[in-house]
Every structure is written in C-alpha cells, then in structure tokens.
Design a protein around this ligand. Sequence first.
Ligand code: ADP
Length: 246
Amino acid sequence: EWAKDWTQEIRYLKKMEQYRREFIDNVSHELKTPIFNMQGYLYTLADGGLEDEMIRDKYLQRAIDNVERIAEIVQELNQISKFESSAVELEMQPFDIQELAQEVVESMEISAEKKQIDLRFKDTAKKPYIVQADREMIRQVLVNLVSNSIKYGRPKGHTLIGFYDLDQNVLIEISDTGKGIAQEHLPRLFERFYRVDKGRSRHEGGTGLGLSIVKHIVEAHQQTINVRSRLGVGSTFGFTLAKYKG
Ligand code: ADP
C-alpha cells in the first residue's frame, strides 16, 4: 500500500519540478528579448549616438519602450506570485457591475476605434446588477478581456458585453467577432505565458500573462471563468460574480 502512495508522491513531485523548470525557462525567455533590445539601443547611444538628435530621440524612446515591457512583465509576475501564495486580500464591496463595465468600455474606446471595432452592450439586462466583489480587481478582469477582444478581434468587427441573471450570481460575457481559438488550445489558455500565436501576441504587446491573472482574480472570488470559441467566428469569455444580498 505505502509503496503505491510513494510512487504517486514521486510522480507528483516530478511534475511540480517540471513545471518549475518550465516556468523559469519561460520567464528568462520573455525577459531576454526586451533586455537585449534595450542594451543595443543604449550601447549605440553611448557609442556616439547621442550626437545626432534624431537618433538620440528615437533610440531613447525605444529603450524606454523596452524597459516598460520588462516592468510590465515583472509587475504581472509579481501579481501572479501573490495569488499563488494566497497573499492577496480582496476588498469586497457592493457595486453596479454594468456601471463598471461602462467605465471600462469608455476607457478603451480609442483603441477600439483604431481597429474600427464597435464596443456594445447586449440588451440582456434592463435592471441593475449589484455584485459583491473587489471592484478594482474586477476592473482589471474587464480591461483584460475587453482589450483581448480588441487585440484579437477582426477589424470592423464588434465586441458584445452581456449580463445574465443566474439567481445567486450574475454571468458576465464578453464576445468578439475575432479569429477564434482552436479547440485544442482552450484547456491551456489560462496558463501563464500560454499563447496561441506567439509572434502575433508579442507584436501586439501581449505578455501571455493576462488571462492567467484574470483566472486568479475570478477564482479568488470563489467564482468561475469559461471560454468557448469557434475558429473564424469568434470567442466568448464568461465569468460569474456573486450578487449583493442586501
Ligand atoms: P496576451 O498578453 O498574449 O494577450 P493573454 O493571457 O491575455 O495573453 O491571452 C493568452 C492567449 O490567448 C493570447 O496570446 C491569444 O493567443 C489568446 N487569446 C486571448 N483572448 C483571445 C480572443 N479574444 N480571441 C482570440 N484569441 C485570444
């Protein structure tokens, strides 16, 4: 009996060790490119590049862009690590989820317009939904999901946000008319650094950490997040929140 337990235990530890190794691999890989880029720009500046005003401004800006990317990756990793060690305290409060979604949509209208993507609300809800949750964290969830719907959306398409009454909970769905995600990717989509199209995601400034943070936030609220998608048609991300009970 105990021999069987040990075999299981060893298998589990090996798996964890493999995850740990993959994680370090991913982190160093993600940081390598912006660090090398930044080095290149700074060396060129130090090596006489400062004398030419055009080169100076351009290279300084590129160095800044790359250091900002590094800062973003480190900040997101830090947030994930806090969630994984359960060191995150939620500031639960009642608020109107549709009002928050409206705020988020307004803040993203400029990037949506650039791709001529229409951000709209589905008329699923005429009544207000007051939820009990951490407002700032739920804002982050909405920002991530709506910005993905723009990033991976088809130009001239639209993003629909809907709210559905589930008795104790509210379901919030964000649907896009993007390129969709093949079924085989769906089970791994919420993993750290997982990307369907690496080149495209990096090009669009993605870190591959956004959905992992989104899932952590929703699960810290004891709620669930799901995705369904059809290639060439679009994707729908849905998560639940608890209604505020007076
Ligand atoms: P990223 O920073 O790369 O956007 P995310 O964690 O937010 O990272 O998303 C992980 C991957 O899931 C993305 O790289 C992309 O391939 C895919 N993805 C996320 N949202 C969508 C969407 N709405 N439509 C199509 N693909 C998506």
